[in-house]
Design a protein around this ligand. Structure first.
Ligand code: NAD
Length: 336
């Protein structure tokens, strides 16, 4: 994983904060930076998992220590909603802040907790970036677009759940903060459907790639919604997401940028590619989609990401799943 440097930034001897570093994308960033820049001083801030659940039955936070085995930097267990715990970060002066911590579950409908966690805490990190003169890269989401038709374009948003709305509000806050503080680099990244090693601990909110693969490895037919060949999403592999985060540090302008492949693929494609990789031939077990407000077609318009970040996705769905299969099998055979 991550054999290459994506630009000429030298993160060695830099102070780097990764919030949500015990989660999927955050932990991949941790190891990308640690492996390529052994002298980088990396601090992870994450509340980890407590076992508490939301009304939907899912964990309140998915951070897992296992994602950080092998990490040599500092770890602070803290909640971004808790000013006392955030103040533990006052002892550092960060050159770079990668803000990934959030309620990442799109099906949490308690608006108060989603807005407080994802939005209110963001002001703290913006002010920290201003105080430290840090570059701030934060996670936005394709959920800001709701069910608008493809391709999804920056500036045309219509979120359909509290999560998507919270990310859109973050983007608006970042925009006005940037206008007031033009010297600070602030870049938001709208990730589309990310998949790859490290997501196992997201349980039911992990991508359909690992969920379908584990069904098949269990000897069961893959379960898909009716008409799945017509449900298309922009699935983006974790390595391309890391590429975008690193390149965002050199962005030619502040703003928010889409991070996808630009090439929508169907859930049926995922199932077919996994079956090809695993040499199985199960018939699909189709069932009715129980969700309303379900995104039926996403396709990132990545023209601005290309222009201002020089972001170029390098993983097709076939290539990404192939690269991912050893981790999928490992987590199936030795679940943590
Ligand atoms: N994975 C995707 O497909 C995707 C798509 C769009 C946007 N995003 C965004 O990217 C970021 C990372 O997502 P991910 O897939 O790695 O999810 P994740 O749930 O694995 O990571 C989020 C991390 O934040 C931590 N966290 C949650 N609430 C916290 C709190 N109150 N205080 C401190 N830490 C807290 C969790 O413990 C977890 O480690 C999130 O902001 C998410 O909204 C992800």
């Amino acid at each position: 994983m991550f054999p290459m440097k994506y630009n000429d930034i030298d993160f060695n001897n830099k102070d780097i904060l990764i919030t949500g570093g015990a989660g999927f994308i955050g932990s991949n960033l941790v190891f990308y930076l640690q492996n390529n820049y052994p002298l980088a001083r990396i601090t992870v801030f994450d509340c980890f998992r407590s076992g508490d659940t939301f009304a939907n039955g899912n964990l309140k936070s998915f951070g897992h220590f296992h994602n950080l085995i092998g990490f040599n930097g500092h770890v602070i267990c803290g909640n971004i909603n808790n000013p006392d715990e955030l103040s533990l970060l006052d002892q550092y002066q960060f050159d770079y802040i990668f803000h990934q911590a959030a309620i990442s579950d799109t099906r949490v409908y308690d608006q108060e907790i989603v807005m407080k966690t994802n939005v209110n805490s963001f002001y703290w990190f913006l002010n920290k970036a201003k105080k430290d003169n840090s570059t701030l890269v934060y996670a936005s989401s394709a959920a800001t677009y709701g069910s608008l038709s493809s391709p999804q374009v920056i500036g045309q948003e219509a979120p359909e759940n509290p999560y998507g709305y919270s990310k859109l509000v973050m983007d608006k806050i970042a925009k006005s903060f940037s206008e007031e503080n033009p010297d600070i680099k602030i870049v938001g990244l709208r990730f589309f459907n990310v998949y790859g090693p490290g997501e196992y601990f997201k349980d039911k909110t992990s991508s359909m790639v690992i969920q379908l693969a584990h069904q098949i490895l269990n000897g069961k037919p893959p379960r898909l919604f009716n008409d799945s060949h017509n449900i298309l999403r922009d699935f983006v592999y974790i390595e391309d997401v890391i590429q975008a985060n690193i390149k965002a540090c050199n962005s030619k302008k502040n703003g928010v940028f889409n991070v996808g492949t630009g090439k929508p693929r169907s859930f049926q494609d995922i199932s077919d590619i996994i079956q090809y990789e695993l040499k199985t031939n199960f018939p699909i077990d189709f069932f009715e989609n129980p969700y309303t407000g379900y995104q039926m077609h996403t396709q990132a318009d990545i023209s601005l990401s290309d222009k201002y970040l020089e972001y170029t996705p390098t993983y097709s769905l076939e290539k990404g799943i192939k690269d991912y299969m050893p981790y999928i099998s490992q987590m199936f055979n030795h679940p943590k």
